[in-house]
Design a protein around this ligand. Sequence first.
Ligand SMILES: Cc1cc2nc3c(=O)[nH]c(=O)nc-3n(C[C@H](O)[C@H](O)[C@H](O)COP(=O)(O)OP(=O)(O)OC[C@H]3O[C@@H](n4cnc5c(N)ncnc54)[C@H](O)[C@@H]3O)c2cc1C
Length: 435
Amino acid sequence: MNVVVLGAGLLGVTSAYFLRQLGHEVVVIDRQASPAAETSFANGGQISVSHAEPWANPGAPLKVLQWLGKEDAPLLFRLRADARQWLWGLQFMRECTPARTRRNIEQIVRLGTYSRDTLQQLRRDTGLQYDQRTQGILHFYTNAREFEAAEAPAAQMRALGCERRVISADEAVRLEPALAQVRARLAGATYTAEDESGDANRFARELVRLCEQAGVEFRMSHTVTALRAAGGTIDHVEATDAEGRFQRIRGDAYVVAMGSLSPLLVAPLGIRLPIYPAKGYSVTLPVLDASKAHQVSLTDDEYKLVFSRLGDRLRIAGTAELNGYDRDLNRVRCEAIVRRVETLFPGAGDTSRAQFWTGLRPATPSNVPIIGRSRLPNLYLNTGHGTLGWTHACGSGKSIARIVSGLAPEIDFAFAGADRSVGTAAALRPSMGAR
Ligand SMILES: Cc1cc2nc3c(=O)[nH]c(=O)nc-3n(C[C@H](O)[C@H](O)[C@H](O)COP(=O)(O)OP(=O)(O)OC[C@H]3O[C@@H](n4cnc5c(N)ncnc54)[C@H](O)[C@@H]3O)c2cc1C
């Protein structure tokens, strides 16, 4: 088959790779000049199956209210006159019940475990290098109440096969000696030895190289302007190239992987995707003193920040702001992250050479991505990966490639499809990702 993949972020590139592996002719279209230039550009780097607790959980509504209007809040709703934002907010609140949270964790862990295995297999098959580290992820708590509250989700994750162990503050420092400076403030930690980290952007660019060697065509600097349907299927995609020339691109099947822009492109087809942009920040610092810098990938629960070591760089990322498609750098937020780094690991990174970045997570209310067939039989979706698009990329890419090929996916997951078709009112209820 000829398959057109829309978007060359992590999800588009992994889709293209696995589609090609299954023998398809693949064309990838992206508006940027290079792949992975938007949300997949400078993320937190974590392959974190253990990071499965969704934003929407029983403790979230109160926290979200307390954080309203706080410039440096980890999760900030900036209320706008935007019906999509309000609808998303309501759907988010409905996902906060204990039952829905448990179901969403189950989906996220299943996809995460499969995806991490798929990434490891890909590495074995191709020898891909992307500053990866396989030293696990250590989630530390500076608030005793939050540490206690972490026990239940960690136990659920263990029951689902994700070995997220609860450990003492001393054990955390043994695993990551750079935490010694803040030992007195640590309430405890969890550690998931199988989790990993690595430079997602470098991974995507390397995978593009392999795709091109295998015959995948990347049409960069092409902006998709419309998906045109005829007779109940997608007939072609309309795009403009770098010179503004109009193009019609045809395929037998189309995979939408346009991140937070996906809902806007499919809405004219009557497909309503519950995806809203959640802006996040990252800071990248050159390592200044390696003896003070962390090696293990870390999650700072109190500030909702993740820390990864990417070669001789430190990457710190996090915070979420629901404020439409605005990507401006907010100084208050940037400075709050740098302050936290300096508090935890003083002198480890060169803050005078900090590089700041923002990206828009394609967030669903449940944190469960939308993978599978839409109600148009040749239109497929691989989008809405929110906080975990890097963790879930390989498993989602392989799954969508199998679905497009008419093969059963290799995991039990709430895929969109004939019985769970995206685009109908029933399928778009916020529990759509949950069984
Ligand atoms: C601060 C931050 C930290 C994060 N940390 C982690 C982490 O540690 N671990 C993890 O697993 N995940 C993390 N994530 C999430 C992860 O980065 C995203 O889920 C992932 O990058 C989404 O990939 P995507 O391919 O769906 O979207 P994108 O990377 O945004 O790709 C979409 C592509 O579609 C293209 N496109 C859009 N519209 C059009 C159009 N009209 N025409 C042509 N092309 C178009 C864009 O140019 C873009 O290249 C983080 C995200 C942020 C913001």
